[in-house]
Design a protein around this ligand. Structure first.
Ligand SMILES: Nc1ncnc2c1ncn2[C@@H]1O[C@H](COP(=O)(O)OP(=O)(O)OP(=O)(O)O)[C@@H](O)[C@H]1O
Ligand SMILES: [Mg+2]
Length: 364
């Protein structure tokens, strides 16, 4: 008996869906070294204070303590991923992914502790993915790192204190970022065709994440080997530039990209300066988002010219959500398509692709 899960191990955030019934779990991909915290008031939800010890044969450092996600985003010593990191081999990404699976195992499961049992057990078959350009070289390594037994213990996390979860990943089905998103958009939950144009057509995708942007071309649901490509470029470098300019101009430092994007998403552009009143960061954001949008539109135009058979182009990923108005502004007469919740299309696609490869009879 195992659970089926889709997990998008993003450089910005790890997104997890277990059976399509539950809400996606989203954890910023950010960690910091863990320590005994002085807790004045306990957080009201486990996700606000993930404090874990992780044992995994795939990690270089085993049994270390980490603050993960939101708790780490406030920490001065936190680490967010850089362009040189590879999600297939990154220990940080695996730590956040295992924490997400452990959290999901306790919170939306019926089969946790049996009488006499002290450790929660959870078995998974997971669907996940890699960028177009990393896939060929790394999918096997990625799969080997994920499959097997791992263990996560929650320390000072509210409601989960002291719980240990043994996670057994029986299989990991690795697909390609962006292409999985298209599979999700083209099919129903029962995997029947939902949209014939997408399923049988020749479709271009631009999926902009934090550190990579993928441009798969998918024809009748098969990836085109020759024309699919990717760029080592995402929204994160623009966010880093915004953080740097805001610091230079106003002496105000965002502790992490996560903190900055939270503000941008809420359209809260006014920052409080030390003793000096307030400042508006909107012009800085607009400047960099405008540049990012121009870059993306140029790349799409180039790809479309190279391969005019492409019937339509979807712009997806968190980058699409962040840049949509700016992209529409510079796209001129090139018609581009957007969807709601574009940062979640991959993870739903991974779940469906895992389901597709797994016989229904074995599932819970
Ligand atoms: N709804 C949204 N509105 C605005 N910005 C968003 C939204 N969702 C995500 N973002 C931002 O867009 C960027 C890309 O997010 P996304 O979740 O696609 O990245 P990722 O999948 O974690 O990264 P990668 O694909 O490089 O591994 C991030 O900086 C994120 O903060
Ligand atoms: Mg992504």
């Amino acid at each position: 008996m195992f659970r089926l899960a889709g997990i998008d191990i993003g450089n910005d955030s790890v997104k997890l869906v277990v059976n399509e019934t539950s809400e996606p779990i989203i954890i910023p991909n950010i960690v910091s070294p863990g320590y005994e915290r002085h807790i004045l008031q306990e957080e009201d939800a486990p996700l606000k204070a993930l404090d874990v010890m992780v044992y995994s044969p795939s990690l270089k450092k085993k049994g270390q303590r980490y603050f993960v996600g939101q708790l780490a985003s406030e920490d001065q010593d936190n680490a967010e991923l850089e362009e040189t990191d590879n999600k297939a081999t990154s220990d940080q990404s695996l730590i956040v992914a295992l924490t997400a699976l452990a959290y999901a195992s306790i919170t939306n499961a019926a089969n946790t502790l049996q009488p006499g049992q002290t450790i929660d057990q959870a078995e998974y078959v997971i669907g996940t993915g890699l960028p177009v350009r990393a896939y060929a070289r790394y999918h096997q390594i990625f799969e080997e790192r994920l499959v097997g037994e791992h263990e996560v213990t929650f320390l000072s996390t509210p409601k989960l204190r002291g719980r240990t979860i043994r996670i057994n990943i029986r299989r990991a089905i690795i697909s390609i970022e962006g292409a999985a998103a298209l599979f999700h958009m083209a099919t129903h939950e029962n995997l029947q065709v939902r949209d014939e144009e997408l399923y049988y057509g020749c479709i271009g995708i631009c999926e902009m994440g934090a550190l990579t942007t993928d441009f798969p071309v998918v024809k009748r649901m098969s990836i085109d080997n020759q024309f699919s490509t990717g760029e080592q470029l995402g929204l994160a470098s623009y966010l880093d530039s915004i953080i740097r300019d805001v610091e230079d101009q106003f002496g105000y430092r965002f502790a992490s990209r996560t903190k900055l994007i939270q503000r941008i998403r809420k359209q809260e552009f006014i920052i409080q300066r030390v003793g000096e009143g307030q400042a508006d960061i909107r012009p800085i954001v607009q400047n960099y988002f405008g540049r990012a949008a121009q870059k993306i539109v140029d790349l799409i135009r180039k790809r479309w010219k190279k391969y005019p058979d492409i019937q339509c182009f979807y712009v997806l990923g968190g980058g699409a959500a962040a840049l949509k108005p700016y992209i529409l502004d510079v796209a001129e007469n090139m018609r581009l398509r957007f969807v709601d919740n574009s940062e979640l299309q991959n993870v739903y696609g991974y779940l469906k692709l895992a389901k597709n490869k797994t016989s229904q009879a074995e599932m819970i």
